[in-house]
Design a protein around this ligand. Structure first.
Ligand code: SF4
Ligand code: SF4
Length: 388
């Protein structure tokens, strides 16, 4: 039975589909590990194919068909390494039966011929007219040099360039290329002259802001003070209460909808909600009816399931109580542009989540840059009480 179509609000900025959280690499700074302690491969082990840790391609088709097509709003495939989904072949089973454009965040784990073959002739789904490449390949120096015997960057550029032979546009100009390489600007990652000589004139290459803490220093610019470093930098001994809502549709490998990246990663770092999924499947995915009891007592829980006929985008519109403020993932609270360049053009900062009523202890005020702007996000009665 076809599921009801979702009404996408104009404010929806991003659809992120985590096809799998399994990955062939184990980058020390991977944000899938909320503490960025290099524990990624232990937290998200690659399981045998028999373990049910994802929707089937047919289930994804049914789920994605609920999302109206919008030329300007692709479904961004991410993970983990999304190309590993369903033994590498899953994506090609989904793409022919859905209308959407897709963006792909990948580490190019598969060789170009296998990559292209697995797409099942659906290259055009990654060829939306956009000012940047739809296939965004991340370069991870340590892990790729380990995997590709000290020729990590050469191998990656060669793999991107080879996509030319498989129906993709590859150009050094990012607006004319379907593929580009991005490097997290972690303090230990540097662009060397040798790298420049390898990529120039062949594929687009750009740095990507590193978000998080390294050796006690915070990197990135965040709207909400201490949202990502409260605990990791020892600013306060415990996370804070607040209310939070998302501006994004974040889907985990089993089709659960999550309110933020921290909740999604944390929910999966202990094996994922497999038991809850099995119980929900037995109830025909009726999350609105059964979700609260299935996730009772969990410190993090999803907000819906895409296969629940009752799920609607209005479910994302609610501010929900959260007691984990201070462990937020940087991509949720960093200042950025929305799809309409709000920050660059109008000075209006966009964040993936909106947070209010943060119970910020007043003794931390002195450490907050731009306190005047930040106060609007704090719970007023806490401010009043602590200032008496
Ligand atoms: S490739 Fe990406 S998902 Fe995989 S470990 Fe590295 S940062 Fe994490
Ligand atoms: S406050 Fe942070 S951890 Fe809590 S829901 Fe919002 S983004 Fe997630």
């Amino acid at each position: 039975m076809a599921l009801p179509l979702l009404q996408l609000p104009g404010t929806l900025n991003y659809i992120g589909l985590f096809l799998t959280l399994e990955c062939n690499l184990n980058c020390s700074y991977c944000i899938n590990d909320p503490e960025q302690m290099g524990r990624r491969s232990a937290l998200f082990p690659i399981e045998s194919k028999s373990a049910r840790k994802s929707l089937t391609p047919a289930e994804w088709v049914a789920a994605l068909q609920r999302i109206p097509f919008r030329q300007d709003l692709p479904v961004t495939l991410q993970g983990g390494e999304p190309m590993l989904y369903w033994g590498g072949k899953g994506l090609g089973l989904i793409l022919p039966d859905v209308p959407h454009y897709f963006d792909l965040l990948t580490n190019f784990a598969l060789k170009p011929d296998v990559f292209a073959r697995n797409l099942n002739g659906q290259q055009a789904k990654f060829q939306r007219s956009a000012p940047y490449p739809s296939i965004r390949v991340s370069y991870h120096a340590d892990e790729m040099n380990r995997a590709w015997k000290d020729r990590g960057f050469e191998e990656l550029v060669e793999r991107c360039e080879a996509l030319k032979d498989y129906g993709f546009r590859v150009s050094p100009n990012k607006a004319e290329s379907d593929v580009g390489i991005y490097m997290v600007e972690h303090p230990k990652n540097a662009v060397t002259p040798e790298m420049k000589a390898i990529y120039e004139g062949r594929v687009p290459f750009e740095g990507k802001e590193f978000l998080g803490v390294d050796e006690g220093e915070l990197y990135g610019h965040y709207l909400y003070p201490f949202s990502t470093d409260l605990i990791s930098r020892g600013i306060h001994p415990a996370t804070l209460n607040c209310e939070c809502r998302t501006t994004e549709l974040l889907l985990d490998p089993m089709g659960f909808v999550w309110g933020c990246h921290y909740f999604l990663y944390e929910g999966w770092s202990h094996g994922g909600p497999q038991k809850e999924f099995a119980a929900l499947e037995a109830k025909k995915f009726r999350f609105a009816e059964h979700g609260a009891s299935l996730f009772a007592g969990h410190s993090v829980a999803p907000v819906g399931h895409l296969l629940d006929p009752e799920f609607s985008m209005a479910d994302l519109d609610l501010y929900r109580p959260c007691s984990h403020y201070g462990r937020c993932i940087g991509c949720d609270t960093k200042i950025k542009n929305d799809r309409f360049q709000s920050y660059y053009d109008r000075g209006v900062p966009h964040t993936s989540v909106n947070i209010r009523n943060i119970e910020m202890p007043s003794h931390l005020y002195g450490k907050i840059d731009n306190l005047e702007r930040a106060r609007q996000f704090f719970k007023p009665d806490v401010v009043d009480r602590e200032n008496q």
